[in-house]
Design a protein around this ligand. Structure first.
Ligand code: ATP
Ligand code: MG
Length: 415
């Protein structure tokens, strides 16, 4: 017996409707915001993520699924959706098309992490990217889409926003962080010691308890924003108020990826423990240039679909179940089974969910199976039914039966 790889999950037929529901709500909502779907490859050149996600991030330094293909190219399974979307945006010339360009994706993502509740090695994201708009109104619209999605799915989450400034103000802030953490170096975790040297901002993103405690007293980026970044943040707050979205400012939010500038945000649920961040996003004005395009501002977010479903499960959000089998047609002998088969074909052609026996079972066993399927009606065809060209249709809910001519079956079950 070969088992499923660690950190991956099967979505079983009995559960897939939940995924389809979340995906449909997300697609429909993105449509209302005038975003269209983009699908990019599951693997890309490793270089794309090294440049696009950033080589001081956890993702690039330790989480990527990277391998050499048979042509000796370094290939990586996508750990997130933004870098590939940015590449496609440049490579397909969309960057010189109508801007802003809004696009969404639903994609698997792969990260070599320590699997735990809400943390998988293959997981799925719904994400949105808006390219070309630099104003804070675009940030607010992005946040609004995420907010609407989470609300529509019945989640009660908290929105945290922050600004991590631009390269100019961040340089000053990084120095302030170095001054602060310099006196705590011994207490920091192994990873944070490296972050201290390479990218002090990342220190604030650490999930270790001791580092988190030290972080609580670190200087706030908001005290270091330049005038432009400050004004951008103020405008964002105004637009969020216009959208009627409640938020809390949290200067500790920096996001894990290197390409963020100015606005960053997270939606957090306290229903599923430590992995409560269901959505993360922000502005990444530096990314497109970093990937070889012209200067082009961008803002986006990604929602983790597994975490969404976990919160929905934990809080008892009802997901509409798919329609059950409308009618199960039971045959008794070869002739009546053929008739059942023919009627099932006719019903399906007319959009009625019909099922018949394929295992040569007794009538009793067929009733049992129909019950398991939750069939609304069971119709038995035997010799007398064949003679009469009609069958007794049993309503499984009420237990009542009604005689229906074969020729009337489509009409009867379509109602
Ligand atoms: P975390 O801080 O939890 O590691 P992250 O900052 O790495 O998250 P992003 O890269 O911003 O997360 O990804 C966006 C969303 O994707 C997260 O908010 C989360 O819902 C989901 N996500 C990220 N990594 C995983 C994972 N390994 N398993 C399941 N979902 C994930
Ligand atoms: Mg992570």
């Amino acid at each position: 017996m070969i088992n499923i790889p660690k950190g991956t999950k099967d979505v079983l037929p009995s559960d897939s409707y939940k995924w389809q529901y979340v995906e449909k709500v997300a697609r429909d909502l993105a449509g209302l915001f005038n975003a269209k779907e983009i699908r990019t490859p599951t693997f890309e050149h490793t270089e794309l993520f090294a440049r696009g996600v950033g080589d001081t991030t956890d993702i690039v330094t330790k989480e990527m699924y990277t391998f050499l293909d048979k042509g000796n190219r370094s290939i990586t399974l996508k750990p997130e959706g933004t870098a590939g979307t940015g590449r496609a945006f440049i490579e397909n010339g969309l960057i010189s098309g109508a801007l802003p360009a809004k696009m969404f994706y639903i994609t698997p993502a792969f990260r070599y992490e320590r699997p735990q509740a809400g943390r998988l090695r293959e997981f799925h994201q719904f994400g949105l990217e808006t390219f070309g708009a630099s104003g804070a109104d675009a940030d607010a619209e992005t946040i609004m889409l995420a907010d609407s999605l989470l609300k529509k799915l019945g989640l009660k989450v908290k929105l945290y926003i922050n600004s991590i400034g631009c390269p100019t103000c961040r340089a000053k802030y990084n120095q302030a962080l170095k001054d602060f953490f310099g006196s705590h170096l011994e207490e920091l975790c192994f990873d944070c010691k490296a972050r201290y040297e390479k990218n002090p901002l990342r220190l604030l993103d650490c999930k270790e308890e001791t580092c988190k405690n030290i972080n609580a007293d670190a200087p706030s980026i908001l005290d270091y924003l330049c005038d432009d970044c400050s004004a951008h943040f103020e405008t964002l707050k105004e637009y969020l108020a216009l959208a009627g979205i409640a938020y809390e400012i949290n200067p500790r939010i920096v996001r894990g990826l290197d390409y963020y500038t100015r606005t960053v945000f997270e939606f957090v649920s306290d229903n599923i423990g430590a992995q409560g961040t269901v959505c993360g996003g922000g502005r990444y004005d530096g990314l497109i240039k970093q990937l070889g395009g012209n200067d082009c501002p961008a803002v986006g977010f990604a929602v983790g679909i597994e975490r969404l479903l976990m919160v929905m499960e934990a809080t008892g959000v009802e997901i509409p179940k798919p329609a059950p089998v409308k009618v199960y047609l039971a045959g008794m002998n070869e002739e009546s089974r053929k008739q059942a088969f023919a009627i099932a074909c006719k019903l399906r052609e007319n959009g009625v969910l019909a099922e018949t026996d394929h295992m040569n079972r007794s009538i009793k066993a067929q009733f049992k199976y129909a019950d398991k399927l939750g069939a609304e009606y069971v119709a038995v065809i035997g010799e007398s039914e064949l003679l009469e060209n009609a069958f007794n249709v049993k309503n499984m809910q009420t237990g009542e039966s009604e005689k229906v001519a074969f020729a009337q079956a489509v009409e009867y079950f379509s109602k």
